[in-house]
Write a protein that binds this ligand. Structure first.
Ligand code: TXA
Ligand code: MG
Length: 337
């Protein structure tokens, strides 16, 4: 199969929607990262997503809708708090885990009796959902374990020959995947994966917001997790990633002792003024770092980097999402200097 690249013209979006309606898989842009979209109610199409990514069958897919009110069609119960959150954060980078009904097949939910519901804000994605009339199941469009794609070209590189088409909707705005939450009682939620909707933002609507321990700490083999994605190695380029906490001065000394120009470093914008070794930079605040991280990890692979030392981002606000992706890419290997 040749993978076609489609534009964001109305004619091409109609083509993408037709492909999805007919059971094919299409790479689609969202405001977070690109997704691999198929009709969430079509079991064969959904199996095709798992096969194209090489994804474990027990890792559930998020279902994307054009409007949160459509969630009543695919869930058995929607807490009052979910409606309040939807009012504030939908459309946008928030996924709510809710009890599913039988219109969502078990293949889509990875065998769970819940489903993650998300209403993307990207106009192209929104239009494709509308034109297809389908709930669209879409994981990030990377090969399983690899950094998520933030451009159509990244999707093409990972998926060429495995999917029908990719729609080019430009570079993803946020650059990290949506915040995933579950409900912990009447007024409380739990963050299962941090994203651009931060704990502080959720606290404007919720009485309590718990950060699941698996976001910052490795889960032990066989331990029970709140979200299957927590069990798997994620976001890793081919290079060995080592996260380093400490000042740029201490970081520079460490690199001097650890190989200097024979390793790669990923540092903050501005650090290059005092850092003498070979490097890439990934922004200077959390939003920029989120926007650039996956792209830079992919670039490091293209450069042939084998070992990469990364300056640890601040884990505050949206930085928690960046920190979480990096610590997983590093296999929880952190050096403090
Ligand atoms: O921003 C995003 O969420 C992107 C775009 C394409 O929408 N999608 C995405 O999907 O990141 P994926 O499949 O790469 O990551 C979904 C994560 C996984 O870690 C999965 O385990 C978790 O969400 N998840 C999905 N449904 C769940 C459920 N019912 N219960 C618990 N965790 C769930
Ligand atoms: Mg993913």
């Amino acid at each position: 199969m040749d993978t076609v690249i489609l534009s964001d013209s109305e004619a091409d979006l109609l083509k993408a929607a037709e492909l999805i309606k007919n059971g094919s898989i299409v790479g689609i842009p969202t405001e977070t990262v690109y997704g691999l979209g198929a009709d969430a109610a079509n079991e064969n199409a959904v199996r095709g997503i798992f096969a194209a990514k090489g994804r474990p069958a027990d890792n559930p897919l998020i279902v994307h809708l054009a409007d949160f009110s459509q969630a009543v069609e695919y869930t058995s119960e929607i807490p009052e708090l979910a409606w309040k959150l939807a009012e504030k954060f939908c459309p946008g980078p928030l996924t709510m885990v809710l009890p599913k009904n039988n219109r969502i097949p078990m293949v889509t939910s990875g065998g769970l009796d819940t489903v993650g519901i998300r209403v993307p804000s990207h106009t192209v994605m929104h239009r494709i959902i509308e034109l297809s009339g389908c709930p669209i199941a879409a994981p990030s469009a990377n090969t399983s374990g690899y950094p998520s794609p933030t451009t159509a070209q990244h999707v093409f590189r990972d998926m060429n020959g495995r999917i029908a088409a990719v729609v080019d909707g430009g570079q993803s705005q946020f650059g990290v995947e949506s915040t995933v939450i579950s409900f912990d009682g009447k007024d409380a939620v739990r963050i299962l994966r941090p994203g651009a909707v931060t704990r502080e933002m959720l606290l404007e609507v919720c009485g309590s917001v718990v950060i699941d321990p698996a976001i910052l700490h490795e889960v032990e083999a066989g331990a029970k997790v709140s979200s299957p994605g927590m069990k798997y190695k994620h976001y890793s380029p081919k290079a060995d990633i080592i996260m380093v906490e400490g000042s740029i001065g201490a970081f520079t000394e460490l690199i001097g002792r650890s190989g200097g120009d024979s390793v790669y470093s990923l540092i903050f914008d501005g650090d290059e003024e005092v850092f003498p070794y070979r490097h890439l930079t990934y922004g200077s605040d959390s939003a920029e770092q989120a926007h650039l991280l996956f792209q830079k990890l992919r670039e490091l692979d293209e450069l042939g980097a084998e070992k990469v030392y990364v300056r640890a981002p601040s884990p505050e606000g949206m930085g928690l999402a960046v920190y979480n992706r990096l610590i997983r890419a590093a296999g929880f290997e952190v050096i403090r200097v």
